[in-house]
Design a protein around this ligand. Structure first.
Ligand code: EPZ
Length: 420
Protein backbone atom coordinates (compact mmCIF):
# COMPACT_ATOMS: atom_id res chain seq x y z
CA UNK A 1 0.00 0.00 0.00
CA UNK A 2 1.16 3.52 -0.71
CA UNK A 3 1.13 6.57 1.49
CA UNK A 4 1.25 10.29 0.73
CA UNK A 5 3.82 12.30 2.73
CA UNK A 6 3.25 16.05 3.11
CA UNK A 7 5.48 18.70 4.69
CA UNK A 8 2.91 21.35 5.59
CA UNK A 9 3.09 25.12 5.62
CA UNK A 10 3.78 25.75 1.93
CA UNK A 11 1.62 28.40 0.23
CA UNK A 12 0.13 27.02 -3.01
CA UNK A 13 0.55 29.22 -6.08
CA UNK A 14 0.12 28.52 -9.77
CA UNK A 15 -2.21 26.66 -12.09
CA UNK A 16 -3.89 23.28 -11.60
CA UNK A 17 -5.53 21.50 -14.57
CA UNK A 18 -8.92 19.98 -13.71
CA UNK A 19 -9.60 16.45 -14.97
CA UNK A 20 -12.81 14.92 -16.25
CA UNK A 21 -15.43 14.22 -13.60
CA UNK A 22 -15.39 10.76 -12.01
CA UNK A 23 -19.11 10.93 -11.25
CA UNK A 24 -19.94 11.88 -14.84
CA UNK A 25 -17.53 9.43 -16.49
CA UNK A 26 -18.92 6.41 -14.63
CA UNK A 27 -22.57 6.76 -15.77
CA UNK A 28 -21.43 7.87 -19.23
CA UNK A 29 -19.36 4.71 -19.63
CA UNK A 30 -22.23 2.57 -18.29
CA UNK A 31 -24.57 4.20 -20.81
CA UNK A 32 -22.53 2.85 -23.72
CA UNK A 33 -24.24 -0.50 -23.07
CA UNK A 34 -27.41 1.04 -24.48
CA UNK A 35 -25.91 1.40 -27.99
CA UNK A 36 -24.87 -1.23 -30.50
CA UNK A 37 -22.48 1.15 -32.26
CA UNK A 38 -19.30 2.52 -30.77
CA UNK A 39 -19.43 5.39 -28.28
CA UNK A 40 -16.25 7.46 -27.96
CA UNK A 41 -15.94 9.17 -24.58
CA UNK A 42 -13.15 11.76 -24.18
CA UNK A 43 -11.66 13.58 -21.18
CA UNK A 44 -12.06 10.36 -19.17
CA UNK A 45 -9.99 10.70 -15.98
CA UNK A 46 -7.32 8.08 -15.20
CA UNK A 47 -8.82 6.73 -11.97
CA UNK A 48 -9.12 3.35 -10.32
CA UNK A 49 -12.93 3.55 -10.50
CA UNK A 50 -12.74 4.07 -14.27
CA UNK A 51 -10.45 1.05 -14.60
CA UNK A 52 -12.99 -0.95 -12.61
CA UNK A 53 -16.00 -0.04 -14.76
CA UNK A 54 -14.07 -0.67 -17.98
CA UNK A 55 -13.24 -4.13 -16.63
CA UNK A 56 -16.95 -4.66 -15.96
CA UNK A 57 -17.90 -3.52 -19.48
CA UNK A 58 -15.42 -6.00 -20.93
CA UNK A 59 -16.85 -8.73 -18.67
CA UNK A 60 -20.29 -7.99 -20.12
CA UNK A 61 -18.95 -8.44 -23.65
CA UNK A 62 -18.32 -4.88 -24.79
CA UNK A 63 -15.24 -4.09 -26.86
CA UNK A 64 -13.31 -1.42 -24.97
CA UNK A 65 -10.35 0.45 -26.43
CA UNK A 66 -8.36 2.93 -24.38
CA UNK A 67 -6.39 5.39 -26.48
CA UNK A 68 -4.33 6.53 -23.48
CA UNK A 69 -5.11 10.22 -23.91
CA UNK A 70 -8.34 10.11 -21.93
CA UNK A 71 -10.25 8.81 -24.95
CA UNK A 72 -12.14 5.54 -24.48
CA UNK A 73 -14.13 3.76 -27.20
CA UNK A 74 -16.81 1.25 -26.19
CA UNK A 75 -18.71 -0.88 -28.72
CA UNK A 76 -21.43 -3.28 -27.58
CA UNK A 77 -23.02 -4.77 -30.73
CA UNK A 78 -24.02 -7.71 -28.59
CA UNK A 79 -23.57 -8.53 -24.93
CA UNK A 80 -22.36 -11.94 -23.83
CA UNK A 81 -23.23 -11.54 -20.15
CA UNK A 82 -25.74 -9.62 -18.09
CA UNK A 83 -24.23 -10.02 -14.65
CA UNK A 84 -22.06 -7.79 -12.45
CA UNK A 85 -20.34 -10.18 -10.04
CA UNK A 86 -19.71 -9.52 -6.35
CA UNK A 87 -15.94 -9.41 -6.84
CA UNK A 88 -16.34 -6.37 -9.07
CA UNK A 89 -19.18 -4.60 -7.31
CA UNK A 90 -17.53 -4.85 -3.89
CA UNK A 91 -14.64 -2.72 -5.14
CA UNK A 92 -16.91 -0.09 -6.61
CA UNK A 93 -20.56 0.27 -5.67
CA UNK A 94 -21.13 2.56 -8.66
CA UNK A 95 -21.14 -0.68 -10.68
CA UNK A 96 -24.87 -0.53 -9.95
CA UNK A 97 -24.97 1.90 -12.89
CA UNK A 98 -24.94 -1.01 -15.37
CA UNK A 99 -28.30 -2.20 -14.00
CA UNK A 100 -30.54 0.21 -15.88
CA UNK A 101 -28.73 -0.14 -19.22
CA UNK A 102 -28.65 -3.96 -19.02
CA UNK A 103 -32.36 -4.29 -18.22
CA UNK A 104 -33.26 -1.83 -20.99
CA UNK A 105 -30.96 -3.41 -23.58
CA UNK A 106 -31.16 -7.13 -22.68
CA UNK A 107 -34.35 -7.46 -20.66
CA UNK A 108 -32.46 -8.86 -17.69
CA UNK A 109 -29.62 -8.22 -15.27
CA UNK A 110 -28.03 -9.86 -12.26
CA UNK A 111 -26.04 -7.36 -10.24
CA UNK A 112 -24.49 -7.93 -6.87
CA UNK A 113 -26.28 -5.90 -4.23
CA UNK A 114 -23.83 -3.12 -3.37
CA UNK A 115 -22.92 -3.32 0.27
CA UNK A 116 -22.74 -0.36 2.54
CA UNK A 117 -19.53 1.58 2.89
CA UNK A 118 -17.80 3.86 5.34
CA UNK A 119 -20.30 6.68 4.78
CA UNK A 120 -23.54 4.81 5.11
CA UNK A 121 -25.86 1.91 4.30
CA UNK A 122 -26.24 3.10 0.71
CA UNK A 123 -29.49 1.25 -0.14
CA UNK A 124 -30.67 1.03 -3.77
CA UNK A 125 -34.38 0.51 -3.11
CA UNK A 126 -35.33 3.56 -5.16
CA UNK A 127 -33.44 2.25 -8.19
CA UNK A 128 -35.36 -1.05 -7.92
CA UNK A 129 -38.78 0.48 -7.19
CA UNK A 130 -38.39 2.62 -10.30
CA UNK A 131 -37.54 -0.36 -12.51
CA UNK A 132 -40.58 -2.20 -11.12
CA UNK A 133 -42.74 0.79 -12.05
CA UNK A 134 -41.43 0.33 -15.58
CA UNK A 135 -42.55 -3.31 -15.63
CA UNK A 136 -39.48 -5.17 -14.40
CA UNK A 137 -39.66 -8.09 -11.97
CA UNK A 138 -37.08 -7.64 -9.24
CA UNK A 139 -35.88 -10.27 -6.78
CA UNK A 140 -33.04 -10.14 -4.29
CA UNK A 141 -31.48 -13.49 -3.54
CA UNK A 142 -28.12 -14.61 -2.20
CA UNK A 143 -26.83 -11.04 -2.23
CA UNK A 144 -27.74 -10.44 -5.84
CA UNK A 145 -30.35 -8.25 -7.51
CA UNK A 146 -32.04 -10.28 -10.23
CA UNK A 147 -34.13 -8.25 -12.65
CA UNK A 148 -36.20 -9.58 -15.53
CA UNK A 149 -38.28 -7.56 -17.94
CA UNK A 150 -39.81 -7.86 -21.37
CA UNK A 151 -39.52 -4.47 -22.97
CA UNK A 152 -39.75 -1.86 -20.22
CA UNK A 153 -42.71 0.48 -20.52
CA UNK A 154 -42.92 4.15 -19.66
CA UNK A 155 -44.06 5.06 -16.14
CA UNK A 156 -44.50 7.93 -13.75
CA UNK A 157 -41.80 7.53 -11.08
CA UNK A 158 -41.91 9.73 -7.99
CA UNK A 159 -38.64 9.29 -6.09
CA UNK A 160 -38.76 9.51 -2.29
CA UNK A 161 -35.52 11.48 -2.47
CA UNK A 162 -33.27 12.76 -5.24
CA UNK A 163 -30.86 9.83 -5.53
CA UNK A 164 -28.05 10.63 -8.00
CA UNK A 165 -27.25 7.17 -9.37
CA UNK A 166 -30.90 6.19 -8.93
CA UNK A 167 -31.90 9.02 -11.24
CA UNK A 168 -29.13 8.03 -13.65
CA UNK A 169 -30.10 4.34 -13.69
CA UNK A 170 -33.76 5.12 -14.33
CA UNK A 171 -32.94 7.79 -16.92
CA UNK A 172 -30.81 5.31 -18.86
CA UNK A 173 -33.44 2.54 -18.59
CA UNK A 174 -36.21 4.87 -19.80
CA UNK A 175 -34.38 5.83 -23.02
CA UNK A 176 -35.29 2.44 -24.56
CA UNK A 177 -38.63 1.89 -22.81
CA UNK A 178 -41.91 1.74 -24.72
CA UNK A 179 -43.61 5.05 -24.01
CA UNK A 180 -43.00 8.10 -21.84
CA UNK A 181 -41.37 8.05 -18.40
CA UNK A 182 -41.33 10.93 -15.96
CA UNK A 183 -38.92 10.93 -13.03
CA UNK A 184 -40.18 13.27 -10.33
CA UNK A 185 -38.02 14.50 -7.44
CA UNK A 186 -35.10 13.70 -9.72
CA UNK A 187 -31.55 14.58 -8.70
CA UNK A 188 -30.33 17.82 -10.33
CA UNK A 189 -26.56 17.31 -10.23
CA UNK A 190 -24.55 18.60 -13.24
CA UNK A 191 -23.36 15.03 -13.87
CA UNK A 192 -26.96 14.09 -14.68
CA UNK A 193 -27.17 16.89 -17.24
CA UNK A 194 -23.90 15.60 -18.75
CA UNK A 195 -25.36 12.08 -19.03
CA UNK A 196 -28.60 13.37 -20.54
CA UNK A 197 -26.72 15.48 -23.10
CA UNK A 198 -24.66 12.46 -24.15
CA UNK A 199 -27.80 10.30 -24.50
CA UNK A 200 -29.61 13.01 -26.50
CA UNK A 201 -26.63 13.19 -28.85
CA UNK A 202 -27.17 9.48 -29.48
CA UNK A 203 -30.89 9.87 -30.26
CA UNK A 204 -32.54 9.76 -26.85
CA UNK A 205 -35.53 12.01 -26.27
CA UNK A 206 -35.03 13.64 -22.87
CA UNK A 207 -36.21 16.93 -21.40
CA UNK A 208 -35.83 18.46 -17.96
CA UNK A 209 -32.41 17.07 -16.98
CA UNK A 210 -31.06 19.35 -14.26
CA UNK A 211 -34.53 20.02 -12.91
CA UNK A 212 -36.49 17.84 -10.51
CA UNK A 213 -38.76 16.47 -13.24
CA UNK A 214 -37.13 14.61 -16.14
CA UNK A 215 -39.27 13.36 -19.05
CA UNK A 216 -38.01 10.62 -21.34
CA UNK A 217 -39.77 9.38 -24.47
CA UNK A 218 -38.43 5.91 -25.22
CA UNK A 219 -36.94 5.11 -28.63
CA UNK A 220 -36.29 1.70 -30.24
CA UNK A 221 -32.51 2.05 -30.20
CA UNK A 222 -29.71 4.50 -29.46
CA UNK A 223 -26.92 5.27 -31.90
CA UNK A 224 -23.25 5.49 -31.00
CA UNK A 225 -21.61 8.87 -30.72
CA UNK A 226 -18.83 10.96 -29.23
CA UNK A 227 -18.97 12.88 -25.98
CA UNK A 228 -16.56 14.81 -23.73
CA UNK A 229 -16.81 14.34 -19.97
CA UNK A 230 -17.46 17.52 -17.97
CA UNK A 231 -14.76 18.79 -15.57
CA UNK A 232 -14.77 17.37 -12.05
CA UNK A 233 -16.46 19.87 -9.73
CA UNK A 234 -15.44 17.97 -6.57
CA UNK A 235 -11.80 17.85 -7.64
CA UNK A 236 -12.17 21.59 -8.31
CA UNK A 237 -13.63 22.18 -4.85
CA UNK A 238 -10.91 20.10 -3.23
CA UNK A 239 -8.12 22.20 -4.76
CA UNK A 240 -9.98 25.40 -3.93
CA UNK A 241 -9.97 24.28 -0.28
CA UNK A 242 -6.26 23.44 -0.55
CA UNK A 243 -5.47 26.89 -1.93
CA UNK A 244 -7.59 28.59 0.74
CA UNK A 245 -6.13 26.64 3.66
CA UNK A 246 -2.56 27.52 2.64
CA UNK A 247 -3.28 31.20 1.99
CA UNK A 248 -2.43 30.61 -1.64
CA UNK A 249 -3.20 31.97 -5.08
CA UNK A 250 -4.26 29.20 -7.46
CA UNK A 251 -5.98 29.07 -10.86
CA UNK A 252 -8.01 25.94 -11.57
CA UNK A 253 -8.03 25.60 -15.35
CA UNK A 254 -11.26 24.02 -16.56
CA UNK A 255 -13.13 24.54 -13.30
CA UNK A 256 -16.73 25.64 -13.88
CA UNK A 257 -18.01 28.08 -11.27
CA UNK A 258 -21.62 27.35 -12.13
CA UNK A 259 -21.18 23.71 -11.05
CA UNK A 260 -20.34 24.51 -7.45
CA UNK A 261 -21.92 27.86 -6.53
CA UNK A 262 -22.71 26.72 -2.97
CA UNK A 263 -19.05 25.86 -2.35
CA UNK A 264 -17.82 29.16 -3.84
CA UNK A 265 -20.30 31.05 -1.68
CA UNK A 266 -19.07 29.39 1.54
CA UNK A 267 -15.40 29.85 0.58
CA UNK A 268 -16.03 33.57 0.00
CA UNK A 269 -17.84 33.77 3.35
CA UNK A 270 -14.78 32.12 4.92
CA UNK A 271 -12.53 34.85 3.55
CA UNK A 272 -11.36 33.69 0.12
CA UNK A 273 -11.33 35.95 -2.95
CA UNK A 274 -12.69 34.00 -5.91
CA UNK A 275 -12.87 35.05 -9.55
CA UNK A 276 -14.69 32.93 -12.14
CA UNK A 277 -14.26 33.20 -15.92
CA UNK A 278 -14.72 31.03 -18.99
CA UNK A 279 -11.28 29.45 -18.51
CA UNK A 280 -11.58 28.47 -14.88
CA UNK A 281 -11.64 29.64 -11.29
CA UNK A 282 -9.00 31.65 -9.40
CA UNK A 283 -8.85 31.64 -5.60
CA UNK A 284 -6.66 33.89 -3.44
CA UNK A 285 -6.67 34.09 0.33
CA UNK A 286 -4.67 36.78 2.01
CA UNK A 287 -6.80 37.70 5.03
CA UNK A 288 -7.80 35.50 7.99
CA UNK A 289 -10.05 32.48 7.56
CA UNK A 290 -13.43 32.98 9.20
CA UNK A 291 -15.81 30.35 10.59
CA UNK A 292 -18.92 29.55 8.54
CA UNK A 293 -21.89 27.24 9.07
CA UNK A 294 -23.16 24.96 6.32
CA UNK A 295 -25.37 21.93 5.77
CA UNK A 296 -24.96 19.40 2.98
CA UNK A 297 -27.87 18.91 0.60
CA UNK A 298 -28.68 17.58 -2.88
CA UNK A 299 -27.59 19.87 -5.73
CA UNK A 300 -27.72 22.85 -5.90
CA UNK A 301 -27.11 22.71 -2.15
CA UNK A 302 -23.66 22.28 -0.59
CA UNK A 303 -22.34 18.94 -1.94
CA UNK A 304 -21.75 16.22 0.64
CA UNK A 305 -18.61 15.25 -1.32
CA UNK A 306 -17.06 18.57 -0.26
CA UNK A 307 -18.05 18.41 3.43
CA UNK A 308 -14.85 16.78 4.72
CA UNK A 309 -12.52 19.04 2.73
CA UNK A 310 -14.38 22.14 4.00
CA UNK A 311 -14.09 20.86 7.57
CA UNK A 312 -10.31 20.62 7.20
CA UNK A 313 -10.25 24.25 6.08
CA UNK A 314 -12.50 25.44 8.92
CA UNK A 315 -10.36 23.62 11.50
CA UNK A 316 -7.99 26.62 11.41
CA UNK A 317 -10.59 29.38 10.86
CA UNK A 318 -11.25 32.03 13.51
CA UNK A 319 -14.40 31.12 15.41
CA UNK A 320 -16.75 28.16 15.60
CA UNK A 321 -18.36 26.57 12.55
CA UNK A 322 -21.39 24.28 12.66
CA UNK A 323 -21.33 21.63 9.91
CA UNK A 324 -24.38 19.47 9.32
CA UNK A 325 -24.15 16.32 7.19
CA UNK A 326 -27.70 15.68 5.98
CA UNK A 327 -27.14 13.39 2.99
CA UNK A 328 -25.30 10.38 4.48
CA UNK A 329 -25.79 8.98 7.95
CA UNK A 330 -22.18 8.39 8.87
CA UNK A 331 -19.98 10.75 6.93
CA UNK A 332 -18.10 12.29 9.87
CA UNK A 333 -15.45 9.59 10.32
CA UNK A 334 -12.72 12.03 9.27
CA UNK A 335 -13.33 14.01 12.50
CA UNK A 336 -11.31 11.51 14.58
CA UNK A 337 -8.32 11.84 12.25
CA UNK A 338 -8.52 15.63 12.16
CA UNK A 339 -8.57 15.62 15.98
CA UNK A 340 -5.30 13.67 15.91
CA UNK A 341 -3.87 16.62 13.98
CA UNK A 342 -4.98 18.99 16.73
CA UNK A 343 -8.38 20.05 15.45
CA UNK A 344 -11.00 20.98 18.03
CA UNK A 345 -14.22 19.34 16.81
CA UNK A 346 -17.22 18.07 18.72
CA UNK A 347 -19.72 15.77 17.04
CA UNK A 348 -23.38 15.71 18.06
CA UNK A 349 -25.43 13.41 15.85
CA UNK A 350 -24.98 14.60 12.27
CA UNK A 351 -23.61 17.96 13.42
CA UNK A 352 -19.96 18.82 13.93
CA UNK A 353 -18.96 21.95 15.85
CA UNK A 354 -15.50 22.99 14.62
CA UNK A 355 -13.68 25.49 16.84
CA UNK A 356 -10.76 26.91 14.89
CA UNK A 357 -7.27 26.44 16.30
CA UNK A 358 -4.20 28.53 15.36
CA UNK A 359 -2.64 25.63 13.48
CA UNK A 360 -2.86 21.88 12.96
CA UNK A 361 0.11 19.63 13.53
CA UNK A 362 1.28 16.95 11.14
CA UNK A 363 0.63 13.33 12.10
CA UNK A 364 0.25 9.86 10.60
CA UNK A 365 -3.44 9.62 9.63
CA UNK A 366 -5.64 7.13 7.85
CA UNK A 367 -8.80 7.59 5.85
CA UNK A 368 -11.83 5.43 5.42
CA UNK A 369 -13.20 6.81 2.17
CA UNK A 370 -12.27 8.87 -0.85
CA UNK A 371 -13.26 12.33 0.34
CA UNK A 372 -12.03 11.74 3.90
CA UNK A 373 -8.63 11.03 2.33
CA UNK A 374 -8.80 14.30 0.43
CA UNK A 375 -9.70 16.10 3.65
CA UNK A 376 -6.56 14.75 5.34
CA UNK A 377 -4.40 15.92 2.43
CA UNK A 378 -5.92 19.40 2.70
CA UNK A 379 -5.26 19.38 6.46
CA UNK A 380 -1.70 18.14 5.92
CA UNK A 381 -0.95 20.99 3.53
CA UNK A 382 -1.69 23.50 6.29
CA UNK A 383 -0.32 21.55 9.26
CA UNK A 384 3.00 22.27 10.92
CA UNK A 385 5.35 19.39 10.32
CA UNK A 386 4.94 16.16 8.42
CA UNK A 387 1.71 14.32 7.71
CA UNK A 388 1.54 10.76 6.42
CA UNK A 389 -1.80 9.88 4.82
CA UNK A 390 -2.10 6.10 4.75
CA UNK A 391 -4.34 3.91 2.53
CA UNK A 392 -3.84 6.16 -0.46
CA UNK A 393 -5.79 3.72 -2.62
CA UNK A 394 -8.86 5.61 -1.46
CA UNK A 395 -7.49 8.76 -3.09
CA UNK A 396 -6.56 6.97 -6.29
CA UNK A 397 -10.21 6.02 -6.80
CA UNK A 398 -11.23 9.62 -7.34
CA UNK A 399 -8.23 11.94 -7.85
CA UNK A 400 -5.98 11.84 -10.87
CA UNK A 401 -2.28 12.32 -9.92
CA UNK A 402 -3.10 14.42 -6.85
CA UNK A 403 0.47 14.60 -5.56
CA UNK A 404 1.73 15.69 -9.01
CA UNK A 405 -0.89 18.40 -9.35
CA UNK A 406 -0.22 19.72 -5.84
CA UNK A 407 3.57 19.61 -6.07
CA UNK A 408 3.39 21.65 -9.31
CA UNK A 409 1.86 24.51 -7.31
CA UNK A 410 4.41 24.35 -4.52
CA UNK A 411 3.27 21.66 -2.11
CA UNK A 412 5.98 19.54 -0.48
CA UNK A 413 4.23 16.25 -1.16
CA UNK A 414 5.28 12.84 -2.44
CA UNK A 415 4.00 9.27 -2.64
CA UNK A 416 5.90 6.49 -0.86
CA UNK A 417 5.35 2.84 -1.46
CA UNK A 418 5.04 0.88 1.78
CA UNK A 419 6.13 -2.69 2.10
CA UNK A 420 3.11 -4.76 1.22
C1 EPZ B 1 -23.64 9.64 -5.74
O1 EPZ B 1 -23.78 8.48 -4.93
C2 EPZ B 1 -22.14 9.88 -5.84
N1 EPZ B 1 -21.49 8.75 -6.51
C3 EPZ B 1 -21.55 10.09 -4.45
O2 EPZ B 1 -20.17 10.41 -4.61
C4 EPZ B 1 -22.25 11.27 -3.80
O3 EPZ B 1 -21.77 11.43 -2.48
C5 EPZ B 1 -23.77 11.03 -3.77
O4 EPZ B 1 -24.24 10.77 -5.11
C6 EPZ B 1 -24.54 12.22 -3.21
O5 EPZ B 1 -24.27 13.35 -3.98
C7 EPZ B 1 -21.56 8.66 -7.87
O6 EPZ B 1 -22.16 9.49 -8.54
C8 EPZ B 1 -20.87 7.49 -8.50
P1 EPZ B 1 -27.49 8.94 -3.59
P2 EPZ B 1 -25.24 7.78 -4.80
O7 EPZ B 1 -28.21 7.75 -4.15
O8 EPZ B 1 -26.00 7.92 -6.06
C9 EPZ B 1 -30.15 7.46 -0.01
C10 EPZ B 1 -17.87 10.22 -4.20
O9 EPZ B 1 -17.18 10.46 -3.21
N2 EPZ B 1 -30.69 6.48 -0.96
O10 EPZ B 1 -27.78 10.29 -4.17
O11 EPZ B 1 -25.02 6.42 -4.24
C11 EPZ B 1 -28.71 7.18 0.38
O12 EPZ B 1 -28.66 6.27 1.44
C12 EPZ B 1 -19.20 9.51 -4.03
O13 EPZ B 1 -17.56 10.52 -5.37
C13 EPZ B 1 -31.74 5.64 -0.57
O14 EPZ B 1 -32.21 5.70 0.57
O15 EPZ B 1 -25.92 8.69 -3.69
C14 EPZ B 1 -28.19 8.54 0.75
O16 EPZ B 1 -28.53 8.80 2.11
C15 EPZ B 1 -19.46 9.19 -2.58
N3 EPZ B 1 -32.24 4.74 -1.46
C16 EPZ B 1 -28.98 9.50 -0.14
O17 EPZ B 1 -30.09 8.74 -0.65
C17 EPZ B 1 -31.74 4.63 -2.75
O18 EPZ B 1 -32.25 3.79 -3.53
C18 EPZ B 1 -28.21 10.04 -1.32
O19 EPZ B 1 -27.69 8.92 -2.01
C19 EPZ B 1 -30.68 5.47 -3.12
C20 EPZ B 1 -30.18 6.39 -2.22
Amino acid sequence: MDRIVIQGGRRLAGEVPISGAKNAALPLLASTLLSRDECVISNVPRLQDVTTILKLLRHLGAAVREEGNGVVGVAAPSLGATDAPYEMVKTMRASILVLGPLVARCGEATVSLPGGCAIGARPVNLHLNGLERMGAQVAIEHGYIRVKAGRLHGARIALDLPTVTGTENLLMAATLADGVTTIEHAAREPEIVDLANALIARGARISGAGTDVITIEGVPALAGGAYRVMPDRIETGTYLAAAAVTGGDVFLRGGVGGHLEAVLSKLREAGADIAVDAEGIRLRRTGPLRAVDFETAPHPGFPTDMQAQMMALLSIAEGASVITESVFESRLTHVAELRRMGANIRVDGNHAVVRGVPHLSGAPVMASDLRASACLVVAGLAAEGETHVLRVYHLDRGYERMEDKLSRVGAAIYRRRDAA
